[in-house]
Structure formats: structure tokens, C-alpha cells
Design a protein around this ligand. Structure first.
Ligand code: CA
Length: 239
């Protein structure tokens, strides 16, 4: 598939942009409407919440620094009743906020300033994730030169079977479940080891290292088991 910015079956999806910055709104308006999306704009947290409940967008792009209630609060309120994908926009110096937003249930993030291709790719992944129940319906998941037989719990690199420990396998399948999207350290720790292990980030470093060693051609330069510094990990998949 090409890296084209043209939309496919997602054309016409309604995106709600909650952002008080005029320039960023203008940039996103141009980018998103020329890519075939329908855009609704909101400039405050309260109004954004109102727009979600009345307009039912397919995806929400949410700035974390809003003039009334902040984006974290908006994320928390939204996640109490809707699973509409949320991509948060964060300032570079607010690293902690985007991690909190992800832990509160946001789907992905972009750090300002961000590029058009990056934005459109994140939108495609998030919208597609909503449309698919891939996890349940796909017995074999393949990416790069890796093939994971979810039904029989077997993993292959090229044609050779690779033996993963139960924890390595759980780590891999959790990343597959969120394929293309970031998963925070806390989400992974909670998912794999349980809620009392949310701070044991060294576990992740160790097991991610082992997984890369078994799956990546060059574990020091991973092609698909990607670290998002200070945030978590992402399984990079083809568009
Ligand atoms: Ca702002």
C-alpha cells in the first residue's frame, strides 16, 4: 500500500477538534478537510464535551492545554461514557500530561509541532481500530517478517518458529491488540503483571529486550517494537 494521504473507506468520518489555538485549528482544518474528513471545531473543554454528546464524532482530537477545564479532565469525563477514539495534542514540555491522558484512556498522542503525514497516519490507525474487531476475528496476525498464530499460541519469524516465554508472548499480544498505537508503561505492566506492578518499569525493559532479541533482525535498531521515550511502546505496523 502506498503512503498516500488520500482517504479510503474512512472518507467522510467526522472529527471533532477541541483546540483553542487559532493557528493549529487553521492547519488542521486545511489538512483534514482536504483529506476528506468532516470537521467540527470547538475551542474549550466544556463546549467540546457538549459537542461530543450532541454531534457524535467518529474521532476526537483534543488539545491538553485548554482555557477552561484541561484536556485531562475532558478525557476522564469522556471515558466515563464513550469509547470514541481520542488523540491528544500535547506541548513538548508537558510530557507527563500526555502519559496521564493515555492512562486515562486516550488512544494516542501527537507532540506539537507535528507533521501532516504523522497526523493522518494516527487518525487512520485510530479510526480503523474502531471499525475492526481484529483481535477476535483474526486467528493469525502478521507484520513485518513476523507471524503470530493467536489461536495456537505460536510465533514465527520468516518461516522459523520462535519460542517465547508466557510473559514475552503476553507482551507481544498486548502490543498487537493496540497495533499501531502507543501503549503506556503502566498499561502494559497492569495488563501483563497486574495492578500492583504499575511502577516496575524495569520489568518492561528486560522483557522488551528479550522480545526484540527473538524477533528483530537488529535488536539495537528495532523496526517494529518501538520505544516511545518516557511514554511506553508501540508496535509499528504497515499502513
Ligand atoms: Ca492550547
Amino acid at each position: 500500500m502506498t503512503q498516500s494521504a488520500r482517504p479510503n473507506s474512512q472518507a467522510g468520518a467526522v472529527i471533532l477538534l477541541i483546540e483553542d489555538d487559532t493557528q493549529i485549528r487553521r492547519f488542521l482544518r486545511t489538512t483534514l478537510t482536504s483529506s476528506g474528513y468532516r470537521l467540527i471545531e470547538s475551542t474549550s473543554g466544556q463546549d467540546g464535551l457538549h459537542q461530543v454528546s450532541t454531534q457524535h464524532p467518529d474521532l476526537i482530537i483534543l488539545d491538553l492545554g485548554l482555557p477552561d477545564i484541561d484536556g485531562l479532565e475532558v478525557t476522564e469525563q469522556l471515558r466515563a461514557w464513550t469509547s470514541t477514539p481520542i488523540i491528544v495534542l500535547s506541548a513538548r514540555d508537558k510530557e507527563g500530561d500526555k502519559v496521564r491522558a493515555l492512562d486515562l484512556g486516550a488512544d494516542d498522542y501527537l507532540t506539537k509541532p507535528f507533521g501532516t503525514e504523522e497526523l493522518l497516519a494516527r487518525i487512520r490507525v485510530s479510526l480503523r481500530h474502531m471499525q475492526q474487531t481484529l483481535w477476535i476475528e483474526t486467528p493469525v496476525y502478521a507484520f513485518d517478517n513476523v507471524r503470530v498464530d493467536l489461536e495456537h499460541r505460536r510465533v514465527y519469524v520468516d518461516e522459523g518458529e520462535v519460542h517465547l516465554t508466557p510473559i514475552e508472548y503476553k507482551l507481544l499480544t498486548t502490543l498487537i491488540r493496540f497495533a499501531g498505537r502507543v501503549v503506556t508503561q503502566r498499561q502494559l505492566l497492569k495488563e501483563i503483571w497486574g495492578p500492583t506492578y504499575e511502577k516496575e518499569t524495569h520489568y518492561l525493559r528486560i522483557y522488551m529486550g528479550q522480545l526484540r532479541h527473538k524477533l528483530e533482525a537488529d535488536p539495537a535498531q528495532p523496526r517494529f517494537l518501538i520505544t516511545e521515550p518516557g511514554v511506553g511502546y508501540r508496535l509499528k505496523v504497515d499502513e
